[in-house]
Design a binder for this molecule. Structure first.
Ligand code: OGA
Ligand code: ZN
Ligand code: ZN
Length: 390
């Protein structure tokens, strides 16, 4: 009955309007109408049944999906009550709906999107640091190649920390590297900032004092995700870098004192930065967990913690829990320490991995880092783009 529409000369291999590859998936060997949709069997033996409304919603023709933007135009507001005509040709699926509309589906795309498929992603899940963790090192020259960039992005998203080595000592190289990934995330300290001891500092980082482990900008509703610190000079004595993994430390706290973790994750506290031109404040717990108890974000930064505004009866317990977390983060078991050398760039997930530095002596030599921030979404995006034709 539908043979006219599906005449062989009119058929082309269906295009699904996707840049991620699906073309290498298996062909469909059988397609039948079932009470609850279309049942498909692929040559691999995989089977599924897809509801008619789902199939109609995913039509990739130029009326249903914009041919340039690839975005959905079809709006699934009506039920599909009448059965379509169904044709299997060269292993791909063609449906003719009762209003005459034709939908063509690539077998590989359907295989990739079937409900039973385990969704795979180029973006790795975060993994807690193991004992004696040391960040992956990627040479600057390699970072400029797709393979090196992929290695850096993968390490960043998995470990939340990665080191670039053998980088040239030129100003603004940090911005050029960051801009390969995405637009720089600006803050009240600018899109790109210099870390060195300055006269009239408005931030502890711009002095020579030691910085215990912290995240930057917990006083923002959304603190920057990724921080890059590019070392141009580090001849001063002291100033070693410190890092600790929030996921690992929160797991340890949960083991040691779940009540302390409950207090820190359920008690919003105030953070605030003030200078002549800004007063940026936000209230949130020191630890945010998701419904499974996984770390969403850390907000630990002792020097821009605002006055603790809690019922007096809760204060001692909060301070006790805070002290315990602090000690865990700064313990030998969890804190990683090494001296950044000029020509190295360290980057970290600011909302997961805490960072700090030892005090340094500005009279003993120069210390100059250039820094910027990026959104984590842009790292994941770059990785998906690089993986498209892997
Ligand atoms: C910062 C910072 C670390 C350093 O600028 O936020 O933590 O090594 N700097 O100076
Ligand atoms: Zn369509
Ligand atoms: Zn910092």
């Amino acid at each position: 009955m539908t043979s006219a529409v599906f005449a062989a000369e009119k058929r082309q291999v269906p295009q699904m309007g996707e840049l991620t590859s699906y073309e290498s998936g298996p062909l469909i060997s059988e397609a039948t109408l079932a009470a609850d949709g279309v049942s498909l069997t692929w040559q691999t033996g995989d089977r599924t049944t897809l509801p008619l409304l789902w199939l109609r919603d995913h039509c990739a023709c130029s009326e249903c999906r914009h041919p340039q933007t690839r975005e959905r135009l079809y709006l699934p507001l009506a039920d599909i009550d009448e059965l379509p005509g169904i044709t299997l040709a060269e292993g791909h699926l063609y449906l003719q709906w009762t209003d005459g509309h034709v939908s063509a589906f690539h077998s590989g795309w359907l295989h990739q999107r079937r409900p039973e498929a385990r969704l795979t992603s180029a973006v790795p899940a975060p993994m807690p640091w193991v004992d004696n963790f040391f960040p992956e090192r990627i040479r600057h020259a390699d970072f400029l190649t797709p393979e090196g960039e992929k290695a850096w992005l993968t390490a960043m998203l998995r470990d939340g920390l990665a080191l670039v080595d053998e980088a040239p000592l030129i100003e603004e190289e940090v911005s050029r590297l960051a801009e390969r990934i995405g637009p720089l995330r600006s803050t009240n300290f600018g899109a790109r900032f210099d870390v060195r001891s300055k006269p009239n500092p408005n931030n502890a980082a711009y002095t020579a004092v030691g910085l215990p482990l912290h995240i930057d900008l917990p006083n923002w509703r959304q603190p920057p995700d990724i921080q890059l610190l590019y070392c141009l000079q580090n001849e001063a004595s002291g100033g070693e870098s410190l890092f600790a993994d929030g996921i690992r430390v929160i797991n340890a706290l949960r083991q040691q004192d779940p009540e302390a973790l409950a207090i820190l994750s359920e008690t919003p506290i105030d953070f605030r930065f003030q200078d002549e031109t800004h007063d940026i404040a936000f209230k949130a717990p020191v630890v945010t967990l998701d419904g499974h108890g996984h770390l969403v974000e850390m907000r630990l930064n002792n020097w821009i913690r605002d006055a603790l505004h809690l019922p007096a009866a809760q204060m001692d317990a909060w301070y006790r829990a805070y002290r315990l977390l602090w000690q865990l983060f700064h313990s030998q078991a969890h804190q990683l320490e090494f001296a950044l050398q000029s020509g190295q760039m360290i980057a970290f997930d600011n909302r997961r991995v805490l960072h700090g530095r030892r005090e340094f002596d500005p009279n003993s030599g120069a210390r100059h880092l250039q820094g910027t921030y990026l959104d984590r979404d842009m790292l994941a995006s770059r990785l998906r783009v690089l993986a498209r034709h892997a």
